[in-house]
Write a protein of this length. Structure first.
Length: 178
């Protein structure tokens, strides 16, 4: 069996005071009994927070919560990360300036990843634009903050909106298949 994730990622490369935001969001999630307060080995490669009984209220199909899986938690990222789709790949990357699909060209995310810039250089028109102005299909996320739910069913839109309000910024939803 393979694993899949749903990541909620702010539409900002550098979320100010990410550590403070994480503490506030984690307290909120624990108070609603969505995740357990203790770190455990419930995500792949990193420690995370296992889901709890309240998780059933924030997913569309609670009967699909991963009770039988060891990998079933919330991983919180506070380092600059490219949240990609894993095996789902990328079909299109549309430049906000020339509106061309650059997916088959020589585009380079390394300067963004290394923190040298918050922009992506279009290999077709030569214009640098904020990476969040590009259209990625399927959706990718770029930030120093992210909330990744391992093997959870689809999250309710109301939960995503509530998290956006708590973070005071828009979020993208990135699905990944590992």
């Amino acid at each position: 069996m393979s694993d899949y994730t749903i990541s909620l990622v702010p539409c900002v490369s550098r979320y100010a005071f990410a550590e403070i935001a994480v503490n506030n969001i984690l307290k909120w999630l624990v108070s609603k009994d969505i995740v357990k307060a203790e770190l455990s080995e419930c995500t792949l490669g990193n420690l995370g927070y296992a889901f709890s009984d309240g998780a059933q209220y924030i997913v569309l199909e609670p009967h699909f919560l991963p009770y039988q899986l060891d990998i079933n938690g919330l991983e919180i990222t506070t380092e600059r990360t490219i949240f990609n789709t894993g095996q789902n790949g990328i079909d299109r990357i549309i430049c906000p300036n020339c509106t061309e699909n650059i997916v088959d060209n020589e585009w380079d995310l390394d300067p963004w990843y290394q923190g040298f810039t918050d922009n992506l250089l279009c290999p077709i028109c030569g214009t640098e634009s904020d990476i969040h102005q590009y259209v990625f299909e399927p959706q990718w996320g770029f930030s120093n903050l992210g909330f990744t739910f391992w093997n959870w069913p689809e999250l309710k839109p109301e939960f995503i909106v509530e998290l956006q309000e708590k973070l005071n910024c828009d979020l993208v939803v990135v699905g990944s298949h590992i």
